[in-house]
Design a protein around this ligand. Structure first.
Ligand SMILES: Nc1nc2c(ncn2[C@@H]2O[C@H](COP(=O)(O)OP(=O)(O)OP(=O)(O)O)[C@@H](O)[C@H]2O)c(=O)[nH]1
Ligand SMILES: [Zn+2]
Length: 199
C-alpha cells in the first residue's frame, strides 16, 4: 500500500495491472485480443477476479464485533443453507455449495446477517474447503466466544467436474465442531436439524 495515495488509486492500479496480464493470457491461448467481443474482456475479468477475492481486504472478526449483543439465550442458533462461492487454491476454479453454521451463545448473540457475511469473507479468497471450514469456525469461536460452534460445508468443485477426474455428482462434506458440539448428542441434534446424513 505504501506507494499509493489512497485506496482508490491502489484499486485502479491493481485493476489495470491484472487487466494487462489477462490480455496477455487471452492472446497466448490463441485468441485475438483486439476482436470486438474481447475488447473489454481483460478489464471485466480483472474486476471479476478482484470481486471474487475481496475477502483479502476484509476483517471477519471486525464484522462480527460490529453486531454482538448481550443476551441470555443459551440454546442452539442455526443458520443453514448459506450459499457460498469460492475459488480452489490449486486451479483457481470455483467450488460452490452450502454452509451450515451453528453456535450456542455464552452471554452474547450476533446479528444474524453477520454469519453469511463472514462465510463470504473467507470464501472470497483462494481456499481449500477444509481451511474455509476452519476459518469460519475459529473466527466465531475466538470472537464470539460461544459455548459451542459448528460448521458444515457441502460443496462441488469445478476442478473435479469440468477437468481432471470429471465427476459431475460428487459432493465434498467438511465439518468442524468446538465446545458443546464436541458432545455427540449436541452434534447429532445440529446434524439432524440441518438435515445432514452425517449423524
Ligand atoms: N483437499 C482438498 N483438495 C482440493 C480442494 N480443491 C481442489 N483439490 C484437489 O487438489 C488436488 C491437486 O492435486 P494435483 O495432483 O497437484 O493437481 P492435478 O494434477 O491438477 O490433479 P487432478 O485434479 O487429479 O487432475 C486435486 O486432487 C484436487 O481435487 C479442496 O478444497 N480440498
Ligand atoms: Zn482445484
Amino acid at each position: 500500500m505504501a506507494p499509493y495515495q489512497n485506496m482508490e488509486e491502489y484499486n485502479i492500479t491493481i485493476t489495470n495491472d491484472i487487466k494487462e496480464r489477462f490480455s496477455k493470457i487471452i492472446g497466448e491461448i490463441g485468441e485475438d485480443v483486439s476482436r470486438d467481443g474481447l475488447l473489454k474482456t481483460p478489464e471485466r475479468a480483472a474486476k471479476a477476479m478482484l470481486f471474487l477475492t475481496q475477502g483479502y481486504q476484509q476483517d471477519a472478526a471486525e464484522i462480527l464485533k460490529g453486531a454482538m449483543f448481550e443476551e441470555e439465550y443459551d440454546d442452539m442458533v442455526i443458520i443453514k443453507n448459506i450459499e457460498l462461492y469460492s475459488l480452489c487454491e490449486h486451479h483457481m476454479l470455483p467450488f460452490f455449495g452450502k454452509a451450515h453454521v451453528a453456535y450456542i451463545p455464552n452471554g452474547h448473540i450476533v446479528g444474524l446477517s453477520k454469519i453469511p457475511r463472514i462465510v463470504d469473507v473467507f470464501a472470497r479468497r483462494l481456499q481449500v474447503q477444509e481451511r474455509l471450514t476452519h476459518d469460519i469456525l475459529e473466527c466465531l469461536n475466538n470472537t464470539l466466544k460461544p459455548k459451542g460452534v459448528a460448521v458444515v460445508i457441502e460443496a462441488s468443485h469445478m476442478c473435479m467436474m469440468m477437468r481432471g477426474v470429471q465427476k459431475q455428482n460428487s459432493v465434498t462434506t467438511t465439518s468442524g465442531f468446538r465446545g458443546q458440539f464436541e458432545k455427540i448428542e449436541t452434534r447429532n441434534e445440529f446434524l439432524k436439524l440441518i438435515g445432514s446424513d452425517l449423524s
